[in-house]
Design a protein around this ligand. Sequence first.
Ligand code: ZN
Length: 322
Amino acid sequence: MKPGARDVRADAPDPLYEQLAAYAGRPAATAASGKDPVNAPMIRHWCEAMGDTSPAYRGPDAVAPPTMLQAWTMRGLAPDPEPDDRTGRSPAYDGLLRLLDGAGYTSVVATDCEQEYLRPLRPGDLITYDSVIESVSPRKTTKLGTGYFVTTRMDVRANGEPAGTHRFRILKYRPVERPTQRKAPLRPRPVINRDNAGFWAGVAEHRLLIQRCTRCATLRFPWLPGCNACAGQEWDTVEASGEGTVFSHVVMHHPSFPAFDPSGEGGPYAVALVELVEGVRIVGNVVGVPYDKVRVGLPVRLEFQRMDPDLELPVFRASEGG
Ligand code: ZN
């Protein structure tokens, strides 16, 4: 019997575990190399993102923050490795995941990582690494669901010398069935104040009002107390015709906000910056096309959508198929 197999209850034989456990010790990647040598720009960006101002990571004698260990091994977002990209990837890890997927353990969550540092990394160091499937746990039941913890260990070298190890653990699991009768959350309320009250009064009448400086006629949106062009404080409004095009957009994947997803499911949704024909731009949801069909230049037309009994918002309906 393999170590740990006793964790499986006697009344719940687990032939899958025996198959999974056979992957322990098999390589996940062999003789792979980092895409870039350890370098000052990546160190600087990391420190900025982390807010780490330690002088150890700057100047001619800089070392890399030890916790960047894994960063030097990351493959990036490109879906296909470039021809000269030494990923060293072995089929064993994919095989293990396929086995779990096939058995219904289709969800995955990273649970923790542990690092051990053997030598500092300095700009110019060339990174190579091997990684191995270190262990697969017996079946466990967690709050997320029932599944197996898979631990991989990456041994990182710098110029051929051991530099550290990075253990990474995931849980591959079958999600707990949740009751579908979940009450959809409401969208947050807009903050209405004396500077923008006129805009929301327009929305209530299904009119999208743009402020216009009465001194220099510059249009402005969102609403502001004064004119950025001439500093004039007097204004009136013009009603937008409702025609526009997508000037820019993002797709929100994570974290999920069911209240913002037009389908109410919390899935990905597009947020667009729409340029109205009048020349000003407004942020809003695009409706009438799937989130992945929203594109720059997409013609859209204003409409007002009731989000809940107390909230109506301007949205933009794609006026072609996307
Ligand atoms: Zn003005």
